[in-house]
Write a protein that binds this ligand. Structure first.
Ligand SMILES: [Zn+2]
Length: 309
């Protein structure tokens, strides 16, 4: 992910609602379970850059949590080869499907690999790729217990979000560019009602940004979801324009939302958006079960609201 601009203290909606705003109905998503999964994931596959042995372990970790869906034919491995500055690299996206009762699909995505250029510094990406992989696995647990009543919900664990060398249109977003092109060709893209990206939202100090590259009605819905779940204090303090996995779908006219918290750690000269981002300091102690609970609550409520839209 890359930030185009960063405006602190944004002129955003006056989110001054009381903390006793109504709770989402019977959300049993567990932030603690998502945190425990984050811990297990980065222990099982700490340095999961593309081509590494840990990347294979990351694939196995994800696959092992969806055996129920796999038995129903609802787990897909999307293998492809990408041309990168480091040559031709094999990558894999995973798609998990929870069929609904209404025509149309809501997609929730996260990248699961670690940053390739940081492969020599022991980077584990606890928040960047780790926590959201765990978040979507736990959301899968929730959806297994509460199958969608409306639109189908698909989870996407995408590969190659990070640049292999340095960020450009050609060197980034490999997995989602591949998937958007593939789903355009086979017609799947027409069924997508909303494509939501989750990124860096396990941050202990959670501030979900208002990303101007996201679709306005979905940003409005996120504000409503925050109000309905009592989490207004955690959204839209900052305005950003983020280049992330939502862009390949946005370019094809799909409504998109990047649920991202860019300011991660105290700002430094090298990392004005936060000193933990893309450094060896992105470790489990910067992630919390509380933040994952908030993020999970928001996603569950977003699914409900998108169905009403
Ligand atoms: Zn990153």
């Amino acid at each position: 992910m890359k930030s185009l601009l960063f405006k602190a203290a944004a002129l955003v909606l006056a989110l001054t609602l009381p903390a006793h705003a109504q709770k989402a109905s019977s959300a049993k998503f567990s932030g603690q379970a998502a945190y425990d999964l984050t811990k297990q994931y980065i222990a099982a596959a700490p340095h999961r850059w593309i081509g590494s042995p840990d990347h294979t372990k990351a694939e196995e970790f994800i696959r092992s949590h969806f055996t129920v869906e796999a038995a129903k034919g609802n787990f897909e491995t999307d293998s492809f080869s990408a041309s990168t500055p480091a040559g031709q690299l094999a990558m894999k996206n995973f798609i998990v499907r929870y069929p609904g009762k209404k025509d149309g699909v809501i997609v929730l995505a996260t990248h699961y690999e670690t940053n390739y250029p940081l492969r020599d510094i022991g980077f584990v990406g606890a928040n960047d790729g780790g926590a959201t992989t765990a978040l979507l696995i736990e959301l899968g647990n929730y959806l297994r217990a509460h199958p969608p009543e409306g639109y189908s919900v698909w989870l996407v664990f995408d590969d190659g979000e990070e640049a292999i060398q340095s960020w450009s249109d050609r060197d980034s977003l490999y997995g989602t560019r591949h998937l958007a092109a593939k789903w355009s060709q086979d017609g799947t893209i027409k069924k997508i009602k909303a494509f939501l990206v989750t990124d860096m939202i396990g941050d202990k100090d959670l501030n979900i940004d208002r990303d101007s590259n996201s679709t306005p009605w979905l940003l409005d819905l996120l504000a409503t979801a925050a109000k309905n779940t009592g989490h207004t204090a955690y959204v839209f303090k900052n305005d950003t324009a983020v280049m992330d996995d939502h862009l390949p779908f946005r370019q094809r006219g799909v409504p998109v939302l990047d649920v991202i918290d860019l300011d991660y750690g105290p700002p430094t000269r090298e990392h004005p958006e936060g000193g933990y981002h893309h450094t060896e300091l992105d470790t489990l102690d910067k992630v919390s079960a509380h933040s994952l609970q908030i993020s999970g609550d928001l996603l569950v409520e977003m699914i409900r609201l998108i169905n009403q839209h």
